[in-house]
Write a protein that binds this ligand. Structure first.
Ligand code: GDP
Ligand code: IMO
Ligand code: MG
Length: 424
């Protein structure tokens, strides 16, 4: 049965876009199920670089249907800019469909995301300030606007009047900010609704039909397992469910329709934003990996925090996602480092060894990662075409990552392009 979920298994930016683009060449449908334009998925092909935020990473193949499920939050201005940007580069979004139940990121969400972060000061989450959290808050509070509202001018005007007034009072009275001009919001968003209306379709039904017809369906995760609202490093997480289970509610299909779950990781670890990161490096090695790996946010340009590969979080990801295979990217970035460290457990100050990622991350305080050291490699591996061609030390490193994760490694990335991916 041909459905595959692709999920990030660290804190995002693992190279999911590249893996989706590669797998999309053999797929009929690619579906996003959660998150919004907080995501930045990079696809490199024929020397061109595409940075996708909301449009599924299968868009470069004209035959692939690209779908946005009900669990995604859509900033209409952002998605229209993306559609226009792709069109200007000769890429069509004619096959794009968006579920009418998906929620709309409204201007007050952007304002409140920024104000909340500023108010939190040193306790801030380090969000992308794209209004994602406030939009999901309204969805849970049941006052959100959905795509179906955006595309119905009367409903849009009525809802903006009520919800906008409430949000303006929060902006003014809680944060001391300037209220939004709600008439202007209605005028602007009515135009967005007109442009997006042709894309609306019940994605749950489209996916169901594709599965019934035996089509290859790929579910594209955004963010990563440790950013999951429940099983991530709360509160330093995003407001959706990037784990494989999120696909079911975020698309509207049952778990029995999922056949494979592929986790994407880097050969080391990165994180943007605040929050715990046990294997983080603060030394020259960390700076080297950041520079060589160009570790700056795709979306916000922020420098990414960098650290060694963490087997504890990988085992957590294998369990919570039910992974059937792993894709490990950016092995090439580690070239030239004399020693490669892999964290296998955390050690508490009292000597206790922790091998399961703690549910409450306060428990990480005072913990030190326990590392196994492996020899590095100096060869340029970016031109390797098969796993067998890799230097012995690379093969040993990959074998060790597989051992500590407890999951078969099916793909190894040696560069950002489509043909720099070694399948095993
Ligand atoms: P995503 O959010 O998971 O899709 O990942 P991002 O696109 O935000 O970040 C991953 C970055 O790594 C992008 O710049 C990719 O082009 C790049 N990348 C992906 N795989 C590889 C790889 O194997 N080697 C190298 N050097 N870069 C890679
Ligand atoms: P992709 O799909 C990396 C992080 C933010 C912040 C936290 C909450 O490209 O892997 P939010 O704006 O979602 O409320 O921010 O989540 N974050 C990401 N980090 N990659 C992403 O997406 C991310 N999306 C959100 O940096 O720490
Ligand atoms: Mg990214």
């Amino acid at each position: 049965m041909p459905t595959k979920v692709v999920v990030g298994v660290q804190w995002g930016d693992e190279g999911k876009g590249k893996i989706i683009d590669i797998l999309a060449s053999r797929s009929d449908v690619v579906v996003r199920s959660q998150g919004g334009n907080n995501a930045g998925h990079t696809v490199k092909c024929d020397g061109e670089v595409y940075k996708l935020a909301l449009i599924p990473s299968g868009v470069l193949y004209p035959k692939v249907r690209c779908l946005i499920g009900c669990g995604v939050v859509v900033d209409p201005k952002s998605i229209l800019a993306e559609i226009d940007g792709l069109k200007a580069r000769g890429i069509t979004c004619a096959n794009l469909r968006i579920d009418p139940r998906a929620h709309v990121v409204m201007p007050w969400h952007l304002v409140l995301d920024g104000m909340s972060e500023d108010k939190l000061g040193s306790s801030k989450i380090g969000t992308t300030r794209r209004g994602i959290g406030p939009c999901y808050m309204d969805k849970s509070e049941r006052i959100g606007l959905r795509l179906s509202d955006l595309c119905n001018p009367q409903q849009l005007a009525d809802k903006v009047k009520v919800v906008g007034a409430l949000k303006n009072s929060i902006i003014e009275k809680v944060y001391g900010g300037a209220p939004l001009d709600l008439d202007a919001v209605v005028a602007e968003y009515t135009e967005y609704g007109k442009r997006l209306a042709p894309y609306l379709e019940d994605v749950s039904v489209v996916v169901w039909n594709a599965i019934q017809e035996g089509k290859e369906v790929l579910f594209e995760g955004a963010q990563g397992t440790l950013l999951d609202l429940d099983v991530g490093t709360y509160p330093y997480v995003t407001s959706s469910h990037p784990v494989s289970g999120g696909v079911c509610t975020g698309v509207g299909i049952g778990p029995t329709f999922i056949n494979e779950v592929i986790g994407v990781s880097k050969a080391y670890t990165t994180r943007v934003g605040e929050g715990p990161f046990p294997t983080e490096l603060f030394d020259e090695t960390g700076n080297t990996i950041r520079d060589v790996g160009h570790e700056y946010g795709t979306n916000t340009g922020r420098p990414r925090r960098v650290g060694w590969f963490d087997g504890v979080i990988l085992r957590h990801a294998v369990r919570v996602n039910g992974l059937t295979g792993l894709a490990v990217n950016k092995l090439d970035t580690l070239k030239g480092l004399p020693i490669l460290k892999v964290c296998t457990a955390y050690r508490k100050a009292d000597g206790t060894r922790i091998t399961d990622f703690p549910p409450i991350f306060d428990e990480l305080e005072g913990c030190t990662p326990e590392y196994t050291e492996l020899p590095g490699f100096t060869e340029d591996i970016s031109g390797c075409k098969s796993f067998e061609e890799l230097p012995e030390n690379c093969k040993k490193y990959v074998a060790f990552l597989e051992e500590v994760s407890g999951c078969p490694i099916r793909m190894v990335g040696v560069g950002p392009a489509r043909d720099q991916n070694l399948e095993r």
